[in-house]
Write a protein that binds this ligand. Structure first.
Ligand code: UDP
Length: 318
């Protein structure tokens, strides 16, 4: 297949590109490098510097069999401070992309959605037909695009798949998390270990066994492989949704304990206030992905995800 990957210079996108190339596909990346890194785009992929809003000119030059759409703004706190940015980049940007795809006769799209669409879930593990009720504009922007894809599948017959990621972790070769600012628990914990500083625990008064938030961590290579499977099952006129997680939750304190095991370092923690927009527990049911995509996470162990990230952090220090 000839695949266009938007956001292919980012953490997850670059691993998607690597796995597509390894599977023998041709890949073109479009990325504006606002948060991604040019050197994260694997060799062998064509690179186009640009925004999703400028995708039309890329499409007229080449014929693509499908698009994996990851380009997005993805910081919860930023989305609360600047919701318009999320409307512009995530919602309007995708609307433009869809119009360009239809005009170019490209029907297949795999979209990076998020567990954030569910908000505070009534039941865990969360199934795909749980109501969407996002707690922040980031989650709302992903829910709006999901809905848009459902409408476009019904109206124009596109083949659409939304992959709702839970907490993506780990690294793949030299590809890992390089967010600036970094907001995610595992890289911040490893950075704290490296610098001998305490890690902040955002709230220990949640209704969970140890009082800290529980998340479902999933290895980035398993997330990436789900995109390849999704490209295979996408069918015209249908919008499919899959939750991607391991179905097991770990608290913030359990993640910190894993980092202590992996690094062998004393890692102090200090409890600070809750972060706005954080649900207490997010755990996926990924039964549907297993059943319909044949998706089986190959690296489900939390310690292995933390270890993969740690090895890359150490390599970057050298
Ligand atoms: N978290 C924390 N300290 C940090 C960063 C994150 O306690 O320095 C918590 C955060 O409140 C959430 C969990 O760790 O409960 C995972 O946060 P992350 O930002 O990694 O992912 P999210 O669940 O927001 O997508």
């Amino acid at each position: 297949m000839n695949v266009l990957v938007t956001g292919g210079a980012g953490y997850i996108g670059s691993v998607v590109v690597a796995r597509l190339l390894e599977a023998g596909h041709d890949v073109t990346v479009i990325d504006d490098l606002s948060t991604g890194h040019r050197d994260a785009v694997p060799d062998g992929a064509q690179f186009v510097l640009g925004r999703v809003q400028q995708v039309s000119s890329t499409l007229v030059r080449q014929t693509f069999d499908g698009v994996v759409h990851l380009a997005a703004s993805s910081l919860v706190a930023e989305s609360i401070a600047d919701p318009q940015k999320y409307e512009t980049n995530n919602v309007a940007g995708t609307r433009h992309l869809l119009e360009a795809l239809l005009a170019a006769g490209i029907w297949k799209i795999v979209f990076s959605s998020s567990a954030a669409v569910y908000g505070e879930p009534a039941r865990v593990p969360i199934e795909e037909d749980a109501p969407t009720d996002p707690l922040n504009p980031y989650g709302a922007s992903k829910a709006t695009v999901d809905q848009m894809l459902g409408e476009e599948a019904a109206r124009h017959g596109i083949a659409a798949v939304s992959l709702r990621y839970f907490n993506v972790a780990g690294s793949y070769g030299t590809l890992g998390e390089r967010h600036d600012p970094e907001t995610h628990l595992i890289p911040l914990t490893l950075r704290a270990a490296l610098e001998g500083k305490p890690i902040a625990v955002f709230g220990d008064d949640y209704p969970t066994p140890d009082g800290t938030c529980i998340r479902d961590y999933i290895h980035v290579v398993d997330i990436a492989d789900a995109h390849l499977l999704a490209l295979g099952v996408a069918s015209p006129g249908t919008w499919r949704v899959y939750n991607l997680g391991n179905g097991e939750g770990f608290s913030v304190r359990q993640v910190i304990a894993a980092a202590r095991r992996v690094t062998g370092m004393m890692l102090a923690e200090h409890v600070s206030t809750r972060r706005a927009g954080d649900p207490a527990v997010l755990v996926a049911s990924s039964e549907r992905a297993r059943r319909e995509l044949g998706w089986v996470p190959r690296k489900p162990e939390l310690d292995e995800m933390v270890a993969d990230s740690w090895h890359l952090v150490q390599r970057q220090q050298q």
